[in-house]
Design a protein around this ligand. Structure first.
Ligand code: FES
Ligand SMILES: [Fe+2]
Length: 359
């Protein structure tokens, strides 16, 4: 695990790039910047929370995140190239070290202290590289990135991916906190038709959770095949999940043999959403299980999940369009039912994160 990169000492007071009233995402929070597999010795530029970020690995393999905007004439540094651990701008050659210092201006033959760019703390906990874009003075007060312990469990295999979605990140969070959408959005893909009742839900501090028990319910094919069972087999499932931070939602299914009560399979999904801005996000997903783990089966898991997540994407983007085009905006009336309880709690939790940042 990488340690956070130290910040420069001589810097002005931190200010959020976007005013509070134009966003629903806190800066003082660890967010997923990339999957571990995405980062290498290529320059990767992306916008995260209205901030241009450049990501790459040092020669030692350590992840680096610095501002992606050259302070000379605003060229994206991602169009430049690596010189050892430093980045050379592709426009006029200013060169920056991983701590953001400008170490060379070719036309002067020297570094330029005034041209320093921001370096962002990063923590790599495979399969994610996390970034902190907020107030450096507050970094010790925010919870560290959530550790996906199961991903380090040798009995598990996982697949992962990233999907840019043209919607506010909370639309995805609410989507995965109200799984009554299974029978409609994913009727043709996942085929999970028994999620009808609202789940039990609880909130402790800034974590809201749900739990749904399925007793002797026919297994949909998507769950039956990896367990080596016939579709429709009466089986128990414990399905639960938590919104652990604005950045991450975790979910689990334990498959339980109904007569013995033995857990015969464990399935895990992590949904990390990082706002690009108020109406776009990067959706990072990790899906794993401890059964049906052959390469062919895991490939099938990835392809099936991508199909299902594309269905979510289409619906979420349509909802975002509706909200954006309606002159009433987010202030339009909304009806909620019991199944929305975890999603409503998540909104309140995000408001608390925002209030702490403002305070
Ligand atoms: S814009 Fe980067 S060196 Fe000129
Ligand atoms: Fe979905």
């Amino acid at each position: 695990m990488n340690q956070p990169v130290a910040h420069d000492v001589a810097r002005p007071r931190w200010q959020a790039p976007t005013p509070r009233e134009h966003r629903n995402y806190p800066y003082n929070c660890w967010w997923v910047a990339a999957s571990s597999a995405e980062l290498g010795r290529e320059l990767l530029g992306r916008w995260l929370l209205d901030t241009p970020v450049l990501l790459y690995r040092r020669e030692s393999g350590e992840a680096v995140a610095i501002e992606n905007r050259c302070p000379h004439r605003a060229a994206p540094l991602s169009l430049g190239c690596l010189k050892g651990d430093n980045v050379q701008c592709g426009y006029h050659g200013f060169t920056f070290a991983p701590d953001g210092a400008c170490v060379n201006v070719p036309s002067t033959g020297a570094g330029l202290p005034a041209a320093r760019i921001r370096a962002f703390p990063v923590i790599e906990q495979a399969p994610f590289v996390w970034i902190y874009l907020g107030d450096p003075d507050c970094i010790d007060q925010v919870p560290p990135p959530h550790d996906l312990e199961w991903a380090r469990d040798d009995s598990f295999r996982y697949v992962h991916g990233m999907m840019p979605i043209k919607a506010n990140y909370m639309l995805l969070k609410e989507n995965v906190l109200d799984l009554t959408h299974f029978g409609y959005v994913h009727a043709k893909s996942f085929g999970i038709s028994d999620w009808v009742d609202p789940p039990r839900s609880t909130t402790q501090g800034d974590t809201t959770s749900y739990h749904q028990s399925f007793d002797r319910s026919p297994l949909p094919p998507v769950f039956a095949a990896p367990l080596g069972l016939a579709p429709g087999t009466a089986y128990n499932r414990e399905n639960y999940g938590s919104f652990v931070s604005p950045a991450l939602q975790i979910a689990a299914v334990d498959f339980v043999e109904p007569d013995s009560g033995t857990i015969t399979g464990r399935f895990r999904v992590s949904h990390a959403t990082t706002p690009i801005d108020a109406s776009r996000m990067l959706y990072f997903y990790v899906i794993g299980r401890d059964h049906g783990t052959s390469p062919e089966e895991m490939d099938g898991l990835l392809k099936g999940s991508e199909t299902g997540f594309a269905e979510d994407e289409a619906m979420i983007e349509a909802v975002q369009d509706m909200v954006l085009c309606d002159p009433r905006g987010a202030g339009a009336p909304e009806i909620s039912v019991k199944a929305d309880a975890p999603g409503i709690q998540a909104r309140r939790i995000v408001e608390r994160w925002m209030a702490r940042e403002s305070g």
